[in-house]
Design a protein around this ligand. Structure first.
Ligand code: TRP
Length: 447
């Protein structure tokens, strides 16, 4: 397709909702509260919010600039712009996405399981024990297969449009259910403790733990905004030139962040009420926290099915965007048919995910390595490229923007502060991984 007749987003809201559909998923609802719990509560929230605004939003614009200017996917974009060597950044993103998808599917499998288990009330009596029973083993493997199969069918048939439509209806439904659960949490005995833990940082907590909080907050910000994988490059390749990238970016970041904050408000009051210490549940935080809340509500079975069912659709729409990047790469590069490419990718993702379905520690390891290493490294390369090598970034970001000072300020920020902060984050991530790796490997009980 020549650049003039390339398809474009029909409406501004259509693009924003599609990008929000990719961004809102397990990252907001499952991963965010789990990170808050592991990093000690409110101190993490503060650093995370600062990171989202100061780094996440400008970094989304970096992907938008590459995407709209090249009108290509992340692998072909650099060649099209005349910088072939940078293709390596696109490849790294695709690889990271492939690994993320392998455990994302296992977590989405848990969600599938909980949708069914809500109907029978299986986890109501003992939310924490139930999670530990089903999180790893044959059951988890089976639901991983099921979810990956479902994703593959949708991507293989090329029918993601239908899902995107469903997401537009379900995001509001999800928000409504979350509001309900938040209001319920407010009435619980543990509410005050829960809010204090989540919202009020202890003095000195950030300074004392910043070397682990910063890489965790950065990883969470990239993960939740679908950054570092070229998803936003691909979406932006369809935005027309009159539109302000800055305005669209702000909407996407704002909606995504609001949903994450709500997930925390929903979960922490419950954890304190049922006596589960935040962080102790690890990757189970969402299931234990919300499971406990739902169990206490009238009409709990229906609410449970609706809640986990909507989370499942949100997870599916994100999973599609993750899988699609690798599939379209195989189609474009090697001329494979869509069903064949999808079969190869889905099969590979399933196999790679098997260890994460058998042991929670492995899942947390995959998760940490991708979020804290692959994503920031890819974003670092993209920021370096746009800030220092690509001459036309300023021109691209200025389109449709009325505040004259803004594009220049953005570019300066990208070239200096963002590059330095992500650079420091990467060093801390690598240090942290080296320190914890031996312990983690020892704790793995696969064999
Ligand atoms: N952002 C999604 C979530 O929060 C997950 C996701 C979709 C993602 N595409 C991505 C994460 C690309 C990293 C990179 O659930």
């Amino acid at each position: 397709m020549s650049s003039t007749d390339r398809e474009q987003w029909a409406t501004r809201i259509g693009f924003i909702l599609a990008a929000v559909g990719s961004a809102v998923g397990l990252g907001n609802i499952w991963r965010f509260p789990f990170q808050v719990g592991q990093e000690g509560g409110a101190a993490f929230l503060v650093v995370y919010l600062a990171f989202i605004i100061l780094i996440g939003l400008p970094a989304i614009l970096v992907e938008f600039v590459i995407g709209r200017r090249s009108e290509r996917n992340p692998i072909d974009a650099f060649e099209r712009l005349g910088y072939r060597a940078w293709t390596i950044a696109g490849l790294l993103g695709v690889l990271g996405g492939f690994i993320i998808m392998s455990f994302y599917s296992v977590v989405a499998g848990w969600v599938t399981r909980y949708t069914l288990a809500s109907a029978t009330g299986a986890y109501f009596a003992e939310p924490a024990e139930y999670f530990m029973d089903i999180a790893a083993g044959t059951d988890a493997l089976l639901f991983h297969l099921l979810f990956m199969g479902l994703t593959a069918i949708i991507v293989g048939l090329g029918i993601q449009r239908g899902i995107e439509m469903a997401v537009k209806l379900l995001v509001p439904a999800l928000v409504a259910l979350m509001v309900l659960l938040i209001v319920y949490g407010f009435t619980l005995d543990g509410a005050v403790q829960g809010y204090a833990y989540y919202l009020s940082p202890e003095p000195g907590a950030i300074a004392a733990n910043w070397t682990s909080i910063l890489p965790a907050a950065a990883g969470q910000a990239f993960f939740t905004l679908s950054l570092g994988m070229g998803i936003m490059i691909t979406y932006a390749s369809y935005i027309d030139d009159e539109r302000s990238l800055v305005g669209d970016g702000a909407w996407i970041v704002g909606l995504d962040t609001a949903i994450a904050i709500m997930a925390g408000l929903m979960i922490f009051p419950v954890l304190f009420t049922i006596g589960v210490e935040p962080g102790a549940g690890g990757a189970g935080e969402l299931f234990i926290g919300v499971g406990g809340a739902i169990a206490g509500l009238p009409g709990s079975r229906i609410i449970g099915v609706l809640f986990f069912g909507t989370v499942l659709v949100a997870a599916l729409s994100s999973a599609i965007s993750l899988t699609e990047v690798t599939v379209s790469f195989l189609i474009d590069r090697f001329g494979l048919d869509r069903p064949v490419a999808t079969g190869i990718v889905a099969g590979g993702i399933f196999l790679l995910g098997i260890p994460t379905a058998l042991d929670l520690m492995v899942l947390e390891l995959y998760d940490q390595v991708t979020a804290e290493l692959f994503l920031p490294l890819t974003v670092f390369l993209l920021v370096l490229f746009v800030g220092w090598f690509y001459d036309e970034a300023l021109d691209e970001v200025s389109k449709g923007v009325s505040a004259d000072w803004l594009p220049g300020a953005w570019l300066w920020h990208v070239r200096t502060i963002i590059l330095v902060v992500i650079g420091i984050t990467l060093i801390l991530s690598i240090q942290g991984l080296i320190e914890t790796l031996p312990e983690t490997i020892e704790a793995i009980e696969l064999l």
